[in-house]
Design a protein around this ligand. Structure first.
Ligand code: ZN
Length: 305
């Protein structure tokens, strides 16, 4: 197996076939073991010790009626998520004393891997549901189905499925000099010194390799001669799938485009190792929760062999 990135690795059985059956779902909802994680404004409820707070499904439904989503089975136990609406912080209201709602990016750094994956999936689903309440074919308000994993239009029958938006994220590397180099870029809006891998959305009609080559050419003016897959990462902000690649390029004449990237830098493996450990004098790495960090780490460690 490739390394598991943050937001991957959910321990649940999604029960993708069974959740299509309303009678089976009703049984799961009635199961006294059914439990739910709680989100408010895309933020999971965390306990003081940095884990998800779990409510019984019945308790969660009292607070957030008709807002639940079936996440899957943990053994025999059904696992749900609920989303609380409204602008008032529920941790100061009905959930007072139970924890705090934490930004998911920050939460991901402290949550156990499986819990980050469950919270991320729930956030993506709730974001989709909020933005796709009406049928894209005829405009009628659609209804949730399959435990939240589908919406169906009561007027024209069209089924709508949650979006996953593929993004290529790549580390350009140059092997034609005295020692191997990798290229990092920086966007003007990032914190001072932060550098990261290059990235961009895949477009219709493009392969992963083509998107990788196009983005590297557009953003850094470099020609990719070979792209190698490393790993992928669900990124629930709101629903990207980050496809991580190492992209060999045939020149070190990089030119940042000044729209996406304001600067680029070539790093040796020693530079990149210092960057990852926080010891680089000028530059800062993306956080370990980001696949970009793992791509740099993989290259420092010799990937691809
Ligand atoms: Zn319709």
């Amino acid at each position: 197996m490739t390394p598991i990135n943050t937001f991957a690795g959910s321990p649940l059985d999604r029960a993708g076939d069974l959740r299509q059956d309303p009678a089976w779902l009703a049984e799961q909802e009635a199961n006294p073991q059914a439990r739910a994680l709680v989100l408010w404004e895309g933020r999971p409820l965390l306990s003081d010790d940095g884990a998800l707070v779990w409510l019984s499904l019945a308790h969660a439904r009292d607070i957030a009626p008709d807002r639940d989503l079936f996440l899957g089975l943990d053994g025999e136990a059904p696992v749900f998520a609920v989303e609380i609406e409204g602008s008032a912080d529920p941790a100061q209201g009905p959930l007072k004393g139970m924890g705090v709602f934490s930004d998911l990016r920050s939460a991901a750094a402290i949550l156990p891997d499986g819990e980050a994956a469950m919270a991320g999936a729930a956030k993506s689903l709730f974001d989709w549901r909020r933005r796709h309440g009406f049928c894209a074919a005829c405009g009628t308000e659609s209804r949730t189905a399959a435990g939240g994993w589908k919406r169906k239009c009561p007027a024209c029958g069209t089924e709508h499925f949650p979006r996953v938006d593929p993004v290529v994220i790549m580390l350009p590397v140059f092997n034609g000099g005295p020692e191997p180099l990798c290229l990092l870029g920086r966007q003007a809006s990032w914190p001072q010194g932060r550098m990261s891998a290059l990235a961009g959305f895949l477009e219709p009609g493009e392969s992963i390799e083509e998107a990788c080559a196009r983005e590297v050419a557009e953003e850094a003016g470099l020609r990719v001669t070979r792209a190698r897959y490393h790993s992928s990462q669900p990124w629930p902000f709101p629903s990207q799938l980050m496809i991580g690649l190492i992209a060999e390029v045939d020149s070190e004449e990089a030119r940042p485009d000044q729209t996406e990237l304001e600067a680029v830098a070539w790093l040796t493996r020693a530079d990149a190792r210092a960057l990852l450990s926080g010891a680089h004098p000028v530059l800062a790495a993306p956080p370990p929760t980001a696949i970009a960090h793992q791509l740099i780490r993989a290259w420092v460690d010799g990937f691809p062999a």
